[in-house]
Design a protein around this ligand. Structure first.
Ligand SMILES: NC(=O)c1ccc[n+]([C@@H]2O[C@H](COP(=O)([O-])OP(=O)(O)OC[C@H]3O[C@@H](n4cnc5c(N)ncnc54)[C@H](OP(=O)(O)O)[C@@H]3O)[C@@H](O)[C@H]2O)c1
Length: 344
């Protein structure tokens, strides 16, 4: 089948006709990707080989598409359904920049009419990562989507609330009953506020200035911090130092799951967020957790409580547009970059 491949570590993205068409397992769907969004992990994988089980490798882990075949055990989806999400990376059949890819029934979202397919393609990775960080790592209960909790006086500090993971961390924190303060640069203030942030601090100001503002606003009610940027270990240590005498256990989750942060000040539970192996049969615990989060978020998307962020759509249709999308994202786009991979 046609699609994008990279033959070797650091190799170029190439368009090819020689990819094997994946065959769905009993719990899988064969999906025709229509839109695909780029994530930082695409280039990270190409440059480092991380998470790639065999070459050639096909990128794109955020997909919206249509179900063309179902595995023998699938009950929730049928041929023709519009679906989206992130299904895993680096293993055969996972790459969305191809004529077909595999989805797992238990971590697949069904696209409601209220969002477009292009918007749907932007949700998966960011949302799953934020959900894992908050509900898996920060001791925040998954809210009942039919009966959302009132906002308490407890705060979540989201580092990077204008980005993809950060935007969903803001939205899900609010929907889980927390107030949100988030660090952003000037260009991302509008996005963070649109996601529901109560307060913002500018990460380009000094750490002392940011911490003084965080302390003044949260007034001893900050026990949860999520770093959605991977660049904030030393800043988080300074924040934790500043709040260490406030009563109560603190929680810190980070998308940086590779660095040893050493001892953290105060009474802190650290949770490294690690979504990279989702969708693989051996990742039983992770898949089970994500399937619970998908079920809750599905309802929230259906009723318009979780909203996709803004995105940039690459001109044209075809797998080449995904390669162009990677270039645009790597150039420092503040928005998610989406490619129209093929006609439905
Ligand atoms: N561990 C995992 O399982 C996992 C899963 C998914 C993603 N990730 C990682 O998570 C990171 C974010 O991914 P993403 O898709 O959300 O990227 P993204 O959409 O590009 O967002 C990154 C955000 O970080 C902000 N930022 C940069 N430096 C900052 C700082 N010092 N303080 C606060 N905010 C800062 C940027 O804000 P401005 O635009 O305003 O500069 C931008 O909004 C990436 O490194 C990705 O590889 C890890």
């Amino acid at each position: 089948m046609k699609g994008v491949k990279v033959d070797q570590l650091n190799g170029d993205y190439q368009i090819t006709n020689d990819l094997p068409k994946p065959i769905p397992e009993p719990n899988q769907l064969l999906v025709k990707p229509i839109f695909g969004a780029v994530n930082p992990v695409d280039e990270l994988m190409r440059n480092s080989g991380i998470l790639i089980t065999s070459w050639p490798w096909t990128p794109c882990c955020d997909v919206a598409g249509v179900v063309v075949e179902i595995g023998s055990g699938v009950t929730k989806f049928k041929v023709g359904d519009q679906v989206f999400g992130c299904q895993g990376v680096g293993f055969p059949g996972s790459g969305g920049a191809a004529e077909y890819c595999l989805f797992r029934e238990d971590i697949t979202f069904k696209k409601p009419d209220r969002i477009s397919s292009a918007e749907a393609a932007t949700i998966g990775v960011g949302n799953q990562t934020a959900a894992l960080g908050l509900w898996g790592g920060l001791n925040i209960a998954i809210p009942d989507p039919q009966n959302l909790p009132p906002i308490s006086d407890e705060w979540v500090l989201v580092l990077g609330g204008g980005g993809s993971v950060g935007g969903y961390a803001v939205q899900l924190s609010k929907l889980s009953g927390y107030k949100v303060i988030t660090s952003v640069s000037a260009r991302s203030v509008g996005a963070a506020v649109a996601y529901g942030a109560d307060e913002t601090v500018d990460y380009k100001t000094s750490a002392d200035e940011q911490i003084a503002k965080i302390k003044e606003i949260t007034k001893g009610k900050l026990h949860r911090i999520i770093d959605t940027t991977a660049f904030n270990a030393s800043f988080v240590k300074q924040v934790l130092e500043a709040i260490k005498d406030d009563a109560g256990e603190k929680y810190f989750a980070s998308v940086n799951d590779w660095e040893d942060f050493g001892p953290l000040p105060g009474d802190v539970k650290f949770y490294p967020i690690s979504v990279g192996t989702l969708g693989r049969p051996e990742s039983k615990e992770l898949n089970e957790a994500l399937s619970k989060y998908v079920a809750a978020v599905q309802v929230l998307i259906d009723v318009g409580k979780v909203k996709p962020g803004e995105y940039t759509l690459i001109d044209g249709t075809g797998f080449e547009s995904f390669i162009e999308a990677v270039k645009v994202q790597s150039g420092g786009s503040a928005k998610k970059v989406v490619a129209h991979l093929q006609e439905e």
